[in-house]
Ligand binder design. Structure first.
Ligand SMILES: [Zn+2]
Length: 286
């Protein structure tokens, strides 16, 4: 089995250009140097394994391979969306792409991306295949949790992933104007905005924002005597899910443009929940 300096298994097909990997071989280490995508050299390194691994780690840092995403190193040639690729993706395929990306994120098998290269490839246009409405929370950056690159996703972030007129306008732009095929409303566990709404927090402009979550708070039933505040985590999570469903309903009922595209099957609409503890996104069935 081929291993990198962190002793993770590497698949030969998943090559990173210009990187060095080591394979412990008795007291020595075999070096694998990828000089191009199709050309590789293997040289034996006549050092003690420990010293050689230090050398390899230095080489990895120099080549920038450790500085990017935590990746086991699949291809450096990730695809950037084009007008043609965006046009061929269906709403259900867009959902499949997001599910696959989240599986890579959860399993630590994120694609290696040359972000500078992606900057260049997307500089003349953008053709994102999906648009995600998600929370402001710093722990839920959608490009990372769905393992997507520059130009792949539109992302509207607002505390509590609420939908107002500005968000509806953004969604209409993303789909009707820019061709995205899927709208996702993504809530998450332990959401501070949801907790604030449950506790009826009043603070500056936050008061008006949290008022948009109130319908979800009011819709969740509790047992007699059960606490209806952020102290009841089960209640908070039910409100978070109800809040996503409320946002989905708002999208359908408040935007004729979006509702028509959804009705015609041109655009998909789905809700989901991100688990802060596991990194996993669970999509709702509706
Ligand atoms: Zn949140």
């Amino acid at each position: 089995m081929l291993l990198d300096p962190f002793k993770r298994p590497l698949e030969p097909a998943r090559q990173m250009v210009g990187c060095v990997y080591g394979r412990p071989h008795g007291q020595h280490v075999d070096l694998l140097w990828l000089t191009s995508q199709k050309h590789m050299e293997i040289k034996s390194c006549f050092m003690k394994t420990s010293n050689c691994l230090k050398l390899l780690l230095g080489a990895l840092l120099l080549t920038g391979c450790v500085a990017s995403h935590q990746s086991a190193g699949p291809t450096a040639q990730t695809q950037t969306q084009t007008r043609e690729t965006q046009a061929t993706i269906t709403p259900s395929q867009a959902l499949t792409l997001l599910k696959a990306g989240n599986e890579r994120f959860v399993s630590g098998q994120m694609l290696h991306r040359d972000l500078r290269q992606e900057v260049q490839r997307t500089s003349s246009g953008q053709y994102p295949f999906a648009v995600v409405v998600s929370c402001l929370d710093s722990r839920v950056p959608v490009e990372l949790v769905f393992d997507q690159g520059l130009g792949d996703l539109f992302n509207a972030r607002v505390a509590g992933n609420v939908v107002n007129e500005d968000i509806l306008g953004s969604l209409e732009f993303a789909t009707k104007v820019s061709g995205s095929k899927l709208i996702v409303v993504l809530g998450h566990t332990s959401c501070g905005a949801i907790k604030g709404a449950c506790d009826d927090v009043q603070l500056g402009h936050l008061t008006a924002l949290l008022a948009r979550i109130k319908p979800a708070v009011d819709s969740v039933q509790t047992e007699p005597g059960e606490t209806r505040s952020s102290k009841n985590s089960a209640f908070v999570e039910k409100v978070a899910e109800a809040n996503v469903h409320h946002a989905l309903k708002t999208i359908r009922t408040q935007s004729l443009i979006l509702n028509e595209m959804i009705e015609k099957g041109q655009v998909g609409l789905v809700g989901g929940n991100y688990d802060l503890g596991t990194g996993k996104v669970t999509f709702f069935s509706e």
